[in-house]
Write a protein that binds this ligand. Structure first.
Ligand SMILES: *Cc1c(COP(=O)(O)O)cnc(C)c1O
Length: 230
């Protein structure tokens, strides 16, 4: 037994503590159960525990699991997405967290337009600079958002960021704080083609800090399912 239920109870408690420590309502924070590398059986257990959004980081893996799980849960794409994979996931996912280029926006838009649908996306912003090669640099974020204006079949719903791993998890706080500032700034602009609603930040090691800094969508894998075995 892997104890998904027990793990999830702990995660929910930690969310509640983090939210309350900053006067927030825990109910406004969504948990994305990161199911990459997990078996169908584990995923079904998670769904039985009430987790209804699954996050996958590879298009192919998402499609394989979707065949078996389908709409028993909602699916989010959270990992780097190549333009040639877009077509496989558009009819399966509700939200793509990892959009970081105009090229990708154009491809999503083109495909959605053909199907007469709109896709919700988050712009992945790379705050820390060095660690990850994915995510738009924070100084290029506004340019990307402005250039998305003409692609009506893509709807920007917020931002996503991944903090680097530090032994001392407190070191991620300024990164999340910065992401929240960017989020609030963009929301304050009231652009009619942007609907800033979700700030996706926080993983197993740092979701409590992310929540304290304003995250309303956390992506948790290990904390729910235990250590990943590749
Ligand atoms: C794997 C992954 C997570 C979850 O990581 P854990 O440390 O297992 O919680 C979150 N976000 C992204 C983008 C991931 O690839």
């Amino acid at each position: 037994m892997i104890g998904i239920k027990e793990n999830l109870d702990k995660v929910r408690q930690k969310i509640a503590d983090a939210a309350k420590s900053t006067g927030r309502d825990p109910d406004e924070i969504s948990i994305i159960a990161v199911s990459k590398t997990r078996s169908i059986d584990e995923i079904r257990q998670a769904i039985d525990c009430g987790l209804n959004i699954l996050g996958e980081n590879r298009a192919q893996e998402l499609c394989e699991k979707y065949k078996l799980i389908g709409q028993q849960a909602r699916w989010h794409m959270i990992g780097h997405l190549q333009t040639n994979k877009v077509k496989y996931i558009l009819d399966k996912v509700d939200l793509i967290h990892s959009v970081d280029s105009l090229k990708l926006i154009k491809e999503i838009n083109k495909r959605c337009k053909r199907q007469n649908k709109t896709m919700d996306i988050l712009i992945q912003v790379n705050i820390s600079g060095e660690e990850s090669k994915f995510g738009v640099d924070q100084h290029e974020l506004m340019e990307l958002i402005h250039s998305a204006k003409n692609y009506k079949n893509v709807r920007i719903k917020g931002l996503m960021t991944i903090a680097p791993f530090y032994e001392d998890s407190e070191k991620v706080r300024p990164i999340f704080e910065k992401a929240k500032q960017l989020f609030d700034n963009i929301r304050g602009m009231e652009l009619d083609y942007v609907d800033m609603r979700y700030l996706s930040m926080g993983m197993t090691n740092d979701y409590d800090i992310a929540i304290q800094e304003g995250s309303n969508m956390i992506r948790v894998g290990t904390g729910i399912f235990g250590q990943r075995e590749y």
